[in-house]
Design a protein around this ligand. Sequence first.
Ligand code: HPA
Length: 285
Amino acid sequence: MSMPLHGAELDAAITTSIATLKATFGEQGPEVAVVLGSGWAGAVDQLQDAKHLPYAQLPAFPQPKVEGHVAEIAVGRVGQQRVAMLRGRAHTYESGDCTGMAGAIRSLKAWGVKVLVLTNASGSLRSHQPPGSLMLISDHINAPQRSPLTGLPGSDRFCDMSVAYDAELRQQGFKVARDLNMVLTEGVYVWAVGPHFETPAEIRMFAAWGADAVGMSTVPETILARHAGLRVAGLALITNMAAGMSDEALTHALTLQQAKASGERAAAFLGQYLASLATLASLKG
Ligand code: HPA
């Protein structure tokens, strides 16, 4: 993804993106948007009557540098729920800038989105949560202590993070897991910027802090979404035991391999979860 825009350039890109989203998919955006992370890509098959638009047409969205990577938004229905799926995200390790999803998230909010579901691949810090597990994020630790709101004006930048991951949306996750007879753990996600993996000493420190899973995304997006007034749900697919917790060396190939092995189950859960959001009274009106 290329360098994120800022200031007036970003504002102009958001205005253009909102207009294009409305012209392509309809004046009123869906109530729910989901960012599909590693391992979750297959969920796009759950979208009915889907229309697709490349990020290249949406200047506020992360612009891919390499052709061939999927970088698009797909909008349709999962059951009765209208959903926008974001296929491709900006990571802080690509540019050093943690604001890469700001334009996309603010455009979605202005279009009418109320709930942002963030998905990712993570390393596990707990032995009861082996590779293949699905973890609902209850809270996060911003280990690098970096904020995508740095430099913004206004007092709303002092944004409350005490219930970052929405209680009702979490409860709904457990309801769906029960209905599907699936194990869903709950835990704290810690952000590491990457792109290198962590050291075993870092992992021991994160575990002592109370973290249950570690990954390289999600936290800046949650902060941006809470600042924009969106409700957030977070889902982590555990692809490996974190550094020092198993004899296996950590590689991106291992992450992708495990993501593929568990992807179908993750996508099936996500599809049921998204469809179930249509039953929430708090999302109507
Ligand atoms: N560490 C950081 N990010 C990750 C990991 C990990 O072990 N696994 C998947 N994403």
